[in-house]
Design a protein around this ligand. Structure first.
Ligand code: E4P
Length: 229
């Protein structure tokens, strides 16, 4: 079965990544400077550990910290040399960022344009060659706008203009936001480990399993299905 939507973990917490990636269909990890500052003291070691945990079949997105296009490009080249073909550099959607996106794409470095708040920012990133654009859903909601609606507009714009850049929706606080973005054209989402678990959890699923177990044990005790087969 082909996987249409990609799910990334938006964290640098190595234990969370190890646990969630061992269970859920995770396609990679995204980080940003705030996430790294929160989760680790040795950034290099943490990113190497994450890279090893996710392996060669998943993707690692790491944001630049530089201010100018040339510096962002230099950081992207250095990180690609370390993290390999599945590395994506996250570049903020600013004037220097646009220039850096072009430099990176000319050097065959995968790019995610980040901190996207509007469809026109997304279009400019796409025109500059970005592979992904990352609209920030909850931060958009927080400024009395509608993050899911922004994704819907980006999706429509990309579709009308036949733009191949994909939408990696980011900055989520709840399941409804995640559902809204994937139902409105996002190709990928990046979420916390906690939110990933919340996508799966439903109390009535738990109750149904309790009921099955209880009905079974009333009749068959501790025997299991395969004891009869
Ligand atoms: C993604 O890569 C973004 O940096 C991230 O999702 C932002 O999330 P926040 O708004 O919860 O900080």
């Amino acid at each position: 079965m082909s996987k249409l939507i990609k799910i990334f973990l938006d964290t640098a917490n190595v234990e969370v990544i190890r646990e969630i990636a061992g269970i859920y269909p995770i396609d990679g990890v995204t980080t940003n400077p705030s996430v790294l500052a929160k989760e680790c003291d040795n950034v290099g070691d943490t990113l190497m550990s994450i890279s090893k945990i996710i392996g060669e079949d998943r993707f690692l997105h790491v944001q630049t910290t530089a201010a100018t296009a040339q510096e962002m490009f230099a950081q992207a080249k250095k990180m690609k040399a370390v993290f390999g073909a599945n590395f994506y550099v996250k570049i903020p959607i600013t004037e220097q960022g646009l220039k850096a996106i072009t430099l990176c794409k000319n050097a065959d470095i995968n790019v995610t344009a980040t901190a996207v708040f509007t469809p026109m920012q997304a279009l400019l990133a796409a025109q500059s060659g970005a592979d992904y654009v990352a609209p920030y859903i909850n931060r958009i909601d927080n400024i009395v706008s509608d993050g899911v609606d922004v994704v819907a507009h980006i999706s429509k714009l990309f579709s009308v203009q036949d733009v191949k850049t994909r939408i990696l929706a980011a900055s989520f606080k709840n399941v409804q936001q995640v559902y809204g973005t994937v139902a409105n054209g996002a190709h990928a989402v990046t979420i916390s480990g906690e939110l990933c678990k919340e996508l799966l959890f439903h109390p009535y699923t738990e109750k149904s399993l309790d009921d099955f177990r209880s009905d079974w044990e009333k009749k068959f005790g501790k025997r299991e299905i395969t004891d009869f087969i």
